[in-house]
Design a protein around this ligand. Structure first.
Ligand code: 1ZZ
Length: 572
């Protein structure tokens, strides 16, 4: 059965995710597989998943939580996370997914963000496993009256017959708070409703033509991020398409495990940000590629950060030897405020970056197709067409729609748009307008296809010309000793105009020589003067929990003079 662009037929009556869980109780066939930290796999059927989630929901109510209360989840185990998340949803309690601490190096910054999230969410409870409770002691007193719950204790208890029953849940109720990744500002809690989740999941199922019985997913994406949560937990639950979950940490330690899992489970759909594709290429040598069979894949979705044309191309060619078919890499674009997906490229059509003339792009925000003779060009990967039942516009600073090939702010309209930011009426008014969601991203439309050129707030404006930071960062990262994803470009006030600063993690080589090469490369390739190249130690750049660089935070650290200059690590 092929799902149409609205919820599948047998779901026609479900208007909340709580109802979907109740419906799935009757489906012991199919389910998901959780790969454990030690590599063992554990299968859980749809009906087991629902039964256990409903039981856990009532345990949460028994602990004193009520409909609408927020419960923060710092739960690293994927199976435990899914059950706690769905449990809260089934009871009308609002889960707030949070990342677990990543590494001790950034522990202080982690606690600062985590305390901010707990306060902004007004969390009534924090659910975290016993083995993290000591380390995360600083979070205990973030919010007055917040209970700290131990899942092992709470969920192990038998459910007494008189445990409270959930109240009625409505489509417009908030289903969960998705904290934004905080790449340009402090994280804000997006109020994602049951209705917006159902609309977006149905749109994803339609756009990817997910078919029950044919499609299966593999995901290593973190579940506290919208792409891992909505894309691989909620949409598959609605479609009842099986998914195998690989722990994010296992992927990070050994990126080749991703496609090895795809090959073994005969997965048809998997997604990753651009950096995930680059890591898979780098860590899967040719002899291992030949041992894989990726002919099962229909879609390798790529989104969540700007897509580099060369990364996508090299992924497609590198894994062609494993049977990866042309047109399988599908770029996509979305954001938490849109619940998740905004647009997808076309499945089965090999990628064609849009090559435009450099001068009108920088000087007049125009995306004029480059002629073969034009010397200076810029290329953007298409983000595809908006999902069915939704619209994308590109507007100027006053909100007026712009014609095709004019760069402006991307606006998204339709039922997937979330209900605003929790506890922040002012930010909600600015972004969630009656004319649609102002995404804060710059882009243009050409033949109805969307091209995203970068975050509006991150734009480098030098001598009246616009430069997107990622092109500057990618160009700098071509210098040996630096790595893509570990370079940040921003501007600082200069005497006559803003000046470009580049901060990059130095992996190897002589700092002074690397800095000189970066400066001259940006100057020759982009004709952009660079005021300073600051090379810092590996791990020094602030990142979001989903791995995006935090340009504004890096800039703040730079201006406060708190970045440590780097010497290359001895192992690099
Ligand atoms: P977030 C079955 N951005 O990143 C699985 N994409 O949300 C379906 N910039 O709120 C999965 N080019 O963290 C469907 N292509 O950040 C997945 O990230 C659809 O600046 C993609 O404002 C979902 C991505 C979700 C996500 C949002 C910000 C955006 C934009 C940037 C995302 C991008 C991209 C350039 C892209």
């Amino acid at each position: 059965m092929v799902f149409p662009q609205s919820p599948p037929r047998e779901r026609a009556t479900a208007s909340t995710f709580a109802e979907i869980l109740a419906e799935n109780l009757g489906h012991p066939d199919g389910g998901c597989t959780f790969v454990q930290e030690d590599g063992h796999e554990h299968f859980v059927s749809w009906s087991e998943l629902s039964r256990e989630a409903l039981r856990r929901g009532r345990q949460l109510l028994r602990s004193g939580l009520r409909k609408g209360d927020r419960v923060a989840l710092v739960v690293p185990g994927q199976q435990e996370f899914v059950l706690a998340f769905l449990g809260a949803v089934s009871a009308g309690v609002v889960p707030v997914p949070m990342s677990p601490p990543m590494g001790l190096g950034k522990f202080e910054a982690y606690c600062e963000d985590a305390v901010h999230i707990l306060r902004a969410a007004g969390a009534r409870a924090l659910l975290m496993p016993r083995n993290l409770a000591g380390l995360l002691n600083p979070l205990r007193h973030a919010v007055d009256g917040m209970q700290v719950l131990d899942p092992e204790e709470l969920f192990a208890e038998p459910l007494p017959g008189n445990a409270p029953q959930p109240e009625e849940i409505l489509p417009e109720d908030v289903m969960f708070l998705q904290f934004t990744s905080g790449s340009t500002a402090a994280p804000k809690g997006v109020r994602v409703t049951h209705a917006s989740v159902l609309a977006n999941c149905a749109a994803i199922i339609g756009a990817l033509r997910l078919e029950r019985g044919r499609d299966r997913g593999v995901s290593w994406l973190p579940m506290y991020h919208d792409m891992g949560l909505v894309g691989f937990v909620l949409a598959p639950l609605l479609a009842r398409c099986p998914v195998t979950f690989l722990p994010t940490l296992r992927f990070a330690l050994s990126p080749r495990l991703w496609l090895e899992t795809v090959s073994r489970h005969r997965a048809t759909v998997t997604f990753a940000p651009n950096f995930g594709l680059a890591l898979a290429v780098k860590h899967t040598p040719a002899d291992e590629v030949r041992r894989l069979d990726l002919s099962c894949l229909r879609v390798v979705g790529c989104g969540a950060e700007p897509n580099h044309p060369e990364t996508l191309r090299s992924f497609a060619t590198h894994f062609a030897a494993a049977g990866l078919r042309p047109g399988t890499v599908v770029p996509c674009y979305g954001m938490a405020e849109a619940t998740l997906a905004i647009s997808f490229g076309e499945i089965g059509v090999p990628l064609e970056p849009d090559v435009i003339q450099k001068e009108p792009y920088h000087a007049r925000s125009l995306a004029r197709p480059a002629s073969a003779a034009a010397e200076e060009q810029v290329a953007f990967v298409p983000c595809g067409r908006p999902v069915a039942g939704h619209r994308v516009l590109v507007v100027d600073d006053d909100g007026n729609p712009l014609p095709e090939r004019h760069i402006g702010e991307v606006v998204f309209q339709g039922p997937s748009v979330a209900a605003g930011y929790h506890g922040d009426a002012e930010a909600t008014r600015r972004s969630f307008t009656p004319r649609g969601l102002r995404t804060g991203d710059c882009g243009y439309l050409a033949d109805g296809i969307l091209y995203v050129t970068g975050r509006k707030k991150d734009l480098l404006i030098v001598n009246g010309r616009n430069h997107d930071p990622q092109t500057v960062e990618w160009t700098a990262a071509e210098v040996p000793g630096l790595r893509k994803g570990n370079v940040v470009a921003f501007t600082r006030p200069g005497r006559a105009t803003e000046e470009v600063v580049i901060v990059a993690e130095l992996r190897s080589g002589d700092a002074a020589a690397v800095a000189r090469r970066v400066r001259s490369r940006i100057q020759t390739k982009l004709s952009l003067p660079v005021a300073e190249v600051l090379l810092v130690a590996p791990g020094e750049l602030p990142k979001t929990s989903s791995g995006k660089v935090r340009r504004s935070k890096t800039r703040q650290h730079y201006l406060r003079g708190v970045l440590h200059r780097g010497a290359p690590s001895p192992t690099s």
